[in-house]
Design a protein around this ligand. Structure first.
Ligand code: XIL
Length: 463
């Protein structure tokens, strides 16, 4: 008896689910109920209403998160109701729900009513990002590597938000500009070490690796040297003195240096810098030799010397020229690694382009530093805020490059450094150097220092 009753019910509800036509069982006295609009809508509840059907003894209410009722809320899956209204609770804010009812009299059940759509009030809760710390996950890898960030001296105040994020998440730092020639060198043989010292000491005191950036860069030549009126030989001696003094001061404290930065132009030629003009094409080798000699003399025989440049993955003539410089340095035993800046976009470079580029350093047995990673999402100025779609695309790109890096052989791994903390402090938005036309959101934390999807992408790249 009980089983037979259950079977009849099942058959009825199956035939009714996708069928709004009359079925023989439902054709008797009962009218199909008419659902009316919801009332008392809040963030997590609403009142479902319908018109009473004469002779019905109860109603069956369905509430679903989709309009074809394929996913029913468990507590509202043919919920039996004696009245013509029910308060539906336990809902999410700013979400769509759908309801319908059937009338019931004994074993007789009608077809479904019309469907009412309700949107709860409030703001949809964001899926929280994975709060795992980057360096914690990276350190647990079979072949770990440093996770670095570019810093500015003023951020390194004990107890500041930067200080906290840095110590939790990062195992390496690079000065974003305060260890370049321009801020340090105030004249021939005179120096301002304040900011650089602060950065190096911070790293040393907190067990954080320090990467030195950059001894020789055409964009950071101090005025006194740009306007140098001595002979070319005297100019070279000034450069030698600077390299020697800086490397000596930080010997044993800075693990690695970008000795020459961006010596190749966008056509794949040697960049026509003041260094090339005054010192000739061998200036690069000379700079590395001076850095090596200074470190050795100071007792640091482990200092790692890097060549650092940008856009080598997409610009093949440039890549070729960079690797001819690197080959030459390697043949003279003057280089330990290559820095790939990776100021990328959510569209470029491709995985294959990055791999081809990086593998040239691997083939030479050199260390690889992804040295200035950021990923633009608005290089064409076509969005005015970070859209969900772009945030997801950026996340995938972060994940991709971290995966590529993590797959490198142990001997070639060094560090993967992100170029700054918060989006609004990145050098990318409105950068005239980059001809960046508008705002952008290229980093791992938003303006409020909250984790972005990009951060989760970084973590996923370590899986
Ligand atoms: C940029 C810094 O981010 C800026 O704050 C600074 O004003 C200029 O330099 N390639 C490099 C980095 O090697 O040193 C540059 O950093 C970005 C491009």
């Amino acid at each position: 008896m009980g089983i037979a009753f259950y079977l009849i019910l099942t058959i009825l509800s199956c035939s009714e689910d996708n069928d709004n036509g009359d079925s023989p069982e439902a054709s008797g006295k009962l009218d199909i109920p008419f659902a009316s609009i919801a009332s008392n809508i809040t963030e997590n509840s609403f009142q479902a209403n319908w018109a009473l059907v004469s002779e019905a003894d109860s109603y069956l209410l369905d509430v679903s998160t989709n309009s074809n009722f394929s996913v029913m809320l468990t507590e509202y899956n043919a919920l039996i109701v004696q009245n013509n209204t029910v308060t539906v609770t336990g809902l999410s804010p700013a979400s769509n729900y759908y309801y319908r009812v059937r009338a019931k009299k004994g074993t007789e059940i009608t077809n479904n009513s019309n469907v009412i759509t309700v949107t709860t009030t409030g703001v949809a809760a964001e899926e929280p990002e994975d709060p795992t710390f980057l360096k914690v996950k990276a350190n647990a890898l079979e072949n770990p590597f440093y996770v670095g960030v570019a810093v500015k001296a003023h951020q390194l105040t004990e107890g500041s938000a930067y200080d906290e994020v840095l110590k939790n998440e990062f195992s390496s730092i690079t000065a974003e500009y305060e260890m370049k020639m321009n801020p340090i060198s105030t004249g021939s043989g005179s120096y301002n070490w304040e900011a650089a010292d602060k950065i190096v000491n911070y790293g040393n005191d907190n067990g954080i690796n320090v990467h030195g950036h950059a001894l020789v860069w055409h964009n950071a030549v101090p005025d006194w040297l740009s306007n140098f009126s001595g002979t070319d030989t005297e100019f070279a001696l000034e450069v030698k003195k600077f390299i020697t003094d800086v490397v000596t001061r930080y010997a044993g404290k800075v693990r690695s240096w970008d000795v020459v930065n961006e010596a190749v132009d966008d056509n794949g030629n040697m960049r026509n810098t003041i260094f090339l003009q005054k010192m000739g094409p061998d200036y690069i080798k000379d700079c590395y030799q001076w850095a090596r000699d200074a470190a050795n003399t100071a007792g640091d025989t482990d200092l790692l010397l890097f060549y650092n440049d940008y856009a080598t993955s997409t610009n093949i003539p440039k890549q070729d020229r960079v690797f001819s410089i690197v080959d030459d340095l390697k043949a003279n035993n003057l280089i330990d690694g290559v820095g790939f800046q990776m100021h990328n976009t959510y569209l470029s470079p491709t995985k294959a382009q990055i791999e081809t580029d990086i593998n040239r350093a691997v083939a030479l047995g050199l260390k690889v530093h992804v040295s200035e990673l950021d990923i633009q999402v608005n290089q064409n100025n076509d969005i005015t805020y970070l859209t969900e779609e772009r945030a997801l695309a950026q996340k995938e790109k972060y994940k991709e490059i971290v995966k590529i890096y993590n797959a490198l052989p142990k001997a070639n791994k060094y560090a993967l450094t992100v170029w700054g903390f918060k989006d609004n402090e990145s050098w990318i938005p409105y950068s005239t150097d980059l001809n960046h036309p508008g705002n952008d959101w290229p980093l791992l934390y938003n303006d409020k220092f909250e984790l972005k999807k990009a951060h989760t992408g970084f973590l996923e790249g370590l899986d």
